[in-house]
Design a protein around this ligand. Structure first.
Ligand code: NAD
Length: 455
């Protein structure tokens, strides 16, 4: 019996009353969530500032704003999504009608990371509510101000039997995982993802795993280099590179490397300003451990731009390094910080081989004007999702399910995807009683011959 079995049991009891399945109840919960976020916008920004030194602009763009638009989209489409979907029936089933009924799993456990501590807890919660589940949120212990605020906000708005926030670290997660929930939605690192899946296997609990990895950013010589530099600078260094889909490393065609690095450096100083390691608006590294880990990468190669650090404030300047190879420590793990290793290539086939030699990435970005080049990369490399001629933006579309493949994750959410991951699709055939086709019964005359003909 885990410490949290009581909470899970109470939520299961509440779920079994059927209230959460009522569409009006779901809509009301989503609307309460919206007012809650709007009312606490100021406190949320303050908490994100305290936890990660996030600027108000980034806090709104990547946390509060994204969640509000996900809410809008969900509320707008919920009525349609919850309806049973009629599908075709085969000729052999003449007289019947077939439907898919989406139904909630029950109690959903949402375990979230620290890098977007508000968005990555609340965006899945929207899906869980929309699909009619009860939910338990376990935010990251590394962002305590946001986690505490989430607990307070949710606690005063929703009954714990319906939605609860449980604060704590790995042990708390383990306790929750031991309490036999009906669905697990995990966002975090690959090693912890494996622990989660192992725990889920004990009760055959279905999971979504939103993980990470090394997402390549390929710049081909025919790309619009100025625009590429601007879009890569933005996507790599937003949130100080602590974004699961940030370009992890730059893979640039040799002939344009020097020119491109110059443009990238210029774009970085335009967007983030000079010496952001001294400023007040650049996101900081979440912990001393991560700061030291990232600092050690700086000696892996030659610093092309950036490189200055501020240990007191845990700030690292947007940085690019070259003279690294596939065996350098910076290329052995997800960077997850404002350091961009730069590798160069001569041919596209080399890119395909090198990327495919490693775990399937969560994201891939390709900058090229050529349809042929785009086609080749899309056809030959498997990855979660990504952009052609942009970075990170695919994640912002409710029409594009977001998730990984292979080591970068299982399942995808956002928009209808969020409703779908938290719903079981129950397939139902409604049979006619007006007649009964005889072919399935073996006692009928010439049964085998007829069934062969019929099927
Ligand atoms: P993490 O895996 O260390 O922690 C994530 C959550 O799991 C936290 O709530 C933590 O308390 C909990 N946890 C930690 N150890 C645990 C254990 N042994 N058992 C059970 N629970 C445990 O990840 P993180 O450092 O918070 O986040 C960074 C990672 O998350 C990166 O790899 C990043 O790519 C990934 N990420 C992925 C996405 C995505 O949507 N795919 C989004 C953000 C971050």
């Amino acid at each position: 019996m885990s410490t949290y079995s009581g909470l899970v049991e109470r939520q299961k009891a509440f779920f079994s009353k059927g209230k959460t399945k009522d569409i009006h109840f779901r809509k009301e919960a989503l609307s309460k969530l919206r007012s809650l976020i709007k009312r606490h916008e100021r406190e949320l920004m303050d908490a994100l500032k305290r936890d990660l030194n996030k600027s108000e602009f980034e806090a709104y763009l990547t946390e509060i704003g994204v969640v509000l638009s996900e809410l809008n989209f969900t509320e707008k489409h919920l009525g349609k999504w919850t309806k049973p979907r009629k599908v075709k029936s085969t000729v052999t089933m003449a007289g019947s009608k077939s439907y898919i009924y989406p139904e909630p799993y029950g109690v959903a456990l949402i375990i979230s990371p620290w890098n977007y501590p508000f968005q990555l807890a609340i965006a899945p919660l929207i899906g869980a509510i929309a699909a009619g589940n009860c939910a338990i949120l376990k935010p990251s212990e590394l962002t305590p101000a946001t986690s505490g605020l989430l607990a307070e906000m949710v606690g005063k708005t929703f009954s714990e039997d319906y939605i609860a926030v449980v604060e704590g670290g790995a042990e708390t997660s383990q306790g929750l995982l031991d309490s036999n929930v009906d669905y697990i939605f995990f966002t975090g690192s690959v090693p912890v993802g494996k622990i989660i899946m192992e725990a889920a296997a004990k009760n055959l609990t279905p999971v979504t795993l939103e993980l990470g990895g090394k997402s390549p950013c390929i710049v081909h010589s025919d790309a619009n280099l100025e625009l590429a530099a601007k879009r890569i600078a933005w996507g790599k260094y937003i949130n100080a590179g602590q974004t699961c889909v940030a370009p992890d490393y730059l893979y640039v065609e040799k002939s344009i490397k020097d020119k491109f690095i110059r443009l990238l450096g210029e774009a970085v100083s335009t967007i983030y300003g000079l010496a952001p390691q001294e400023g007040d608006t650049f996101t900081r590294i979440v912990s001393k451990r991560h700061f030291d880990r990232l600092g050690s990468f700086l000696t892996n190669g030659r610093v092309l731009f950036g490189g200055r650090q501020n240990p007191e404030q845990l700030l690292i300047e947007p940085t690019a390094i070259d003279n690294v190879d596939w065996d350098s420590p910076v290329m052995q793990e997800e960077v997850f910080g404002p350091i961009l290793p730069v590798l160069e290539y001569d041919s596209l086939s080399e890119v395909v081989t090198k990327v495919n030699d490693r775990a399937k990435p969560l994201a891939l970005y390709l900058f090229s004007e050529s349809k042929e080049v785009q086609k080749e990369i899309l056809a030959k490399i498997s990855f979660g999702g990504g952009c052609i001629n942009d970075t990170v933006m695919h994640l912002a579309s409710p029409y594009l399910p977001f998730g990984g493949v292979g080591e970068s994750g299982i399942g995808a959410y956002h928009g209808k995807g969020s409703f779908d991951v938290f719903s079981h699709e129950k397939s139902i055939m409604k049979q006619t009683t007006k007649f009964d086709l005889p072919f399935r019964y073996q006692h009928t005359k010439d049964a085998l011959r007829k069934i062969k003909l019929f099927l």
